[in-house]
Design a protein around this ligand. Structure first.
Ligand SMILES: Cc1cc2nc3c(=O)[nH]c(=O)nc-3n(C[C@H](O)[C@H](O)[C@H](O)COP(=O)(O)OP(=O)(O)OC[C@H]3O[C@@H](n4cnc5c(N)ncnc54)[C@H](O)[C@@H]3O)c2cc1C
Length: 397
């Protein structure tokens, strides 16, 4: 039997559900298909279960995309304030954390964000089906024909909202990229983003004992991008928001430069301590501003020389601040898709209208959310892209 829908959306994540709700409200007969057992699995684990659903400060600047202007239209058609209004309408309480990041708070969790999206999708026009295997799809004269499980489905508009490759254990697949390739669209090479760094053997062994130590740091990639956030040493390498952010700008073989004391004038600290406590060791002086375990490791690695301050030459004193402010480390790699929050790259936006997300040359085919070559910074930006791209596609499908 062949079923007929106006719109088929593959992927019941953030982008797919947003698009379904909008298309359904317009009276379009919508079918949402997903191979998972339930919707919104990434939303459920996001933000440690509190879902960092958007940010007070959103602009195209917060996204990586080969076309830096691409996100502008969708972000202005459906803004962070629109999503905040939806969250508020559903009575979900939230709080602002560092850098304008908005998270659910109190009794409210990621589950409430999924529940909200499902409530928005609770319309007679919308059908949702889970554990669906879409084994083939093709363009027809009027639209598209899909084979999902044992059903044949026809639709006018087909929306690909299957996300990226990060966290395969949560159901991530390359489905969207394969569809793009089937239709002759280019894929910007994909790689793990917002992901911890792994270290070369020697560095890993040296820093493993610092596992759990966090410092405020300013971290700079080779292209000059800088983030000032917490850096966390782990038993595998380096993590924390500073590292996750910079990982999206780092490429294999490059080093990053880390300022371990971004808010401290080390030269002034050393000068005043030299005057007041000339016999104090460098180690004890620095212990006032940095975790002691970190100083121990930097001394063991001969990055710093531990002597009484009065025994350090002016040049050696100057080198202390240079080492701490411009500590260069070359990661061995990243933890990869297994732990990455996002996938960099994806369906090249040159093929899609920035206003509607529809493919320019394939009428009725839409890509939304993370499957596209649009990657947000850490801070609620990736979800905001899903809400905005899902919303605009929902107006046109
Ligand atoms: C641990 C973690 C925490 C995160 N925290 C945040 C955060 O706090 N804030 C933020 O902004 N971003 C966060 N992100 C990123 C954010 O979750 C994603 O960018 C976002 O979920 C992408 O949404 P999407 O709808 O494009 O794709 P997804 O959410 O990945 O949804 C894709 C859907 O498609 C389905 N699918 C995949 N392949 C197939 C197939 N072959 N057939 C049928 N269905 C298929 C999947 O089952 C899934 O339901 C986090 C990511 C991770 C991994």
């Amino acid at each position: 039997m062949t079923e007929k829908f106006d719109v088929v959306i593959i992927g019941a994540g953030a982008a797919g559900l947003m698009c379904a709700a909008e298309a359904g409200k317009r009276g379009r007969k919508v079918l949402v298909l997903d191979h998972a057992k339930k919707p919104g699995r990434k939303i459920l684990i996001a933000g440690g279960g509190r879902c960092n659903f958007t940010n007070y400060d959103v602009s195209a600047h917060h996204f990586l995309c080969q076309n830096p202007h691409f996100t502008k239209s969708a972000l202005s058609q459906y803004t962070n304030w629109d999503f905040i209004a939806m969250v508020s309408k559903h009575g979900i309480e939230f709080e602002e954390r560092d850098h304008g990041q908005l998270f659910c708070v109190g009794d409210f969790t990621s589950k409430d964000i999924v529940k909200m999206l499902l409530t928005e999708c609770d319309l007679p026009t919308i059908t949702q089906r889970y554990q669906q295997d879409v084994h083939s799809l093709k363009k027809t004269q009027l639209g598209f024909e899909l084979h999902a499980n044992t059903n044949i489905i026809e639709c006018d508009s087909l929306v690909i909202a299957t996300g990226g490759l990060s966290m395969p254990k949560l159901g991530a697949t390359p489905f969207g990229y394969k569809v793009a390739e089937q239709f002759g669209l280019n894929i910007v090479p994909t790689m793990a983003g917002l992901v911890p760094f792994t270290l070369h053997k020697e560095d890993k062994e040296a820093f493993a004992e610092l596992s759990g130590v966090a410092v405020d740091a300013e971290i700079t990639a080779q292209d000059g991008t800088v983030f000032k956030e917490a850096l966390l040493f782990t038993h595998r390498g380096l993590s924390g928001p500073a590292v996750l952010q910079i990982s999206s700008f780092w490429r294999a073989g490059q080093a990053v430069t880390i300022n371990l004391v971004p808010d401290i004038d080390i030269d002034a600290l050393l000068a005043s301590n030299l005057e007041k406590h000339p016999n104090q060791s460098l180690k004890n002086t620095l212990a006032k501003v940095l975790p002691k375990r970190l100083i121990d490791v930097l001394i063991e690695r001969k990055t710093l020389i531990d002597k009484p301050l009065k025994q350090l030459t002016p040049k050696q004193l100057l080198e202390v601040s240079e080492q701490l402010e411009s500590w260069r480390i070359a990661p061995n790699g990243t933890e990869g898709y297994r732990t990455a929050e996002v996938t960099l790259g994806g369906v090249n936006t040159e093929h899609t209208s920035s206003k509607t997300m529809q493919c320019k040359d394939i009428k009725g085919l839409y890509f939304i959310g993370e499957v596209m070559d649009v990657t947000g910074w850490l801070g609620g930006y990736n979800f905001q892209w899903c809400w905005s791209s899902g919303f605009v596609a929902g107006q046109w499908v």
